[in-house]
Design a protein around this ligand. Structure first.
Ligand SMILES: NC(=O)c1ccc[n+]([C@@H]2O[C@H](COP(=O)([O-])OP(=O)(O)OC[C@H]3O[C@@H](n4cnc5c(N)ncnc54)[C@H](OP(=O)(O)O)[C@@H]3O)[C@@H](O)[C@H]2O)c1
Length: 268
C-alpha cells in the first residue's frame, strides 16, 4: 500500500496546476500521486468518488451518510472538490443530505454545484439555493414541470428511456468552461456515468465502520459471471483514517449528436 504526502507547498502547487494552467513539471511522487492526475488533466476529465463502509454501504437505511468517511477520507473528498471545476450529485443526495458541496476543510475554490433532477423534484427550499455559495446548475428533462429555482441555472435536456444522457450533460458543462468534473454520488448517479464509459477515474474510499444494511456505493446492471466484472487498474493508498482504491478506467469519448446539441435550452 502506498502513502502520499500532501504538504502545504504540495497542495499550493497542485491548485496552481489545476486552476492556473501551469504545467506539471515535478514527478507525481513528490506532488501527491493521488491528486496530480486530477490537477494535470487536460480537456474533459471525470472522476467519481465514493466514501463507503467496510461492508460497502454509503448510508444507513434511513439515508444518514454524513459520517461514513473518517476525517482523512473527508479531507480527501474536499481536496478532490477543490481540484475540479464542477461537482455532480443526484437529486436523492440533495434531498437526503442537504449538502453544501464546499471545500471548507482545505484551501481552494468551491466547484460549481450540479444537480441531476430529471423530473423536477426539487422545490427550491434546499440549502444550496440559498447559502450564497458556489453557483448551482440543475439538469432537468425538457418534460419536467417548470418551477422557479432561486439562484440556479436550469439546463433542460431531452430525456430518453434511460434518463438524461451523461454525454450531453458533460457537453453542456464543457460549453460553460467546466471540464474537470467530480461525480460524487449517490450510487445511481455514479452508475449512470460508469455504465456508459464516461468515467476516467474512480476513487473508492473505505472507512473502518460496519453499517450492516443500507445502499451500496455503485449500482451497476447485474452480470452473470465474474469474468464480466470490471477490473480497473488500481493503486491502493493509505489516507490515514481511511483506505483509498484509486481506479483507472478507459474513458469513452463523448459523442453528441448535432440534433441534440441544439435542443439544449437554458432557463436562467
Ligand atoms: N457516502 C458517499 O460517498 C455518498 C455520496 C453521495 C450520496 N450518498 C448517499 O446516497 C444516497 C442517495 O443515493 P441514490 O443512488 O439513491 O441517489 P442519487 O444518485 O443521489 O440520485 C438518484 C436520482 O437521480 C436520478 N438520476 C441520476 N442520474 C440520472 C440521469 N443521468 N438521468 C436521469 N435521472 C438521473 C435517478 O433517477 P433513476 O431513479 O431513474 O435512477 C434518481 O431519481 C443518500 O443516502 C446519500 O446520503 C453517499
Amino acid at each position: 500500500m502506498q502513502t502520499t504526502e500532501v504538504t502545504e507547498e504540495t497542495w499550493d502547487r497542485l491548485l496552481a496546476v489545476a486552476h492556473g494552467g501551469k504545467n506539471l513539471v515535478t514527478d507525481f511522487a513528490t506532488m501527491g500521486a493521488i491528486y496530480a492526475p486530477i490537477a494535470a488533466a487536460k480537456g474533459s476529465f471525470v472522476i467519481a468518488q465514493v466514501g463507503q463502509s467496510l461492508d460497502g454501504r454509503i448510508a444507513t437505511v434511513a439515508g444518514d451518510a454524513r459520517d461514513v468517511s473518517g476525517p482523512d477520507g473527508l479531507i480527501h473528498l474536499h481536496r478532490c472538490r477543490a481540484l475540479v471545476d464542477a461537482v455532480i450529485v443526484g437529486v436523492n443526495t440533495v434531498t437526503a443530505d442537504d449538502p453544501r458541496l464546499s471545500v471548507r476543510l482545505v484551501k481552494g475554490d468551491d466547484p460549481v454545484r450540479v444537480i441531476v433532477d430529471c423530473h423536477g423534484q426539487l422545490d427550491g427550499n434546499e440549502s444550496l439555493f440559498h447559502d450564497h455559495g458556489a453557483p448551482v446548475l440543475v439538469f432537468q428533462s425538457i418534460d419536467a414541470p417548470r418551477k422557479t429555482l432561486a439562484n440556479a441555472t436550469v439546463v433542460r435536456l431531452p430525456s430518453e428511456a434511460c434518463g438524461l444522457d451523461t454525454g450531453m450533460m458533460l457537453q453542456a458543462l464543457a460549453e460553460r468552461g467546466l471540464h474537470r468534473i467530480l461525480v460524487e454520488g449517490g450510487a445511481r448517479t455514479i452508475a449512470r456515468f460508469i455504465e456508459v464509459g464516461h468515467v476516467d477515474r474512480l476513487h473508492v474510499s473505505i472507512s473502518p465502520i460496519i453499517i450492516g444494511s443500507g445502499p451500496s456505493g455503485i449500482n451497476l446492471s447485474p452480470i452473470q459471471r465474474l469474468c464480466e466484472a470490471k477490473r480497473p487498474a488500481t493503486t491502493v493508498y493509505s489516507l490515514g483514517s481511511d483506505i483509498l482504491f484509486d481506479c483507472s478506467f478507459q474513458r469513452r469519448p463523448l459523442s453528441i449528436r448535432q440534433s441534440d446539441q441544439v435542443r439544449v435550452a437554458d432557463l436562467a
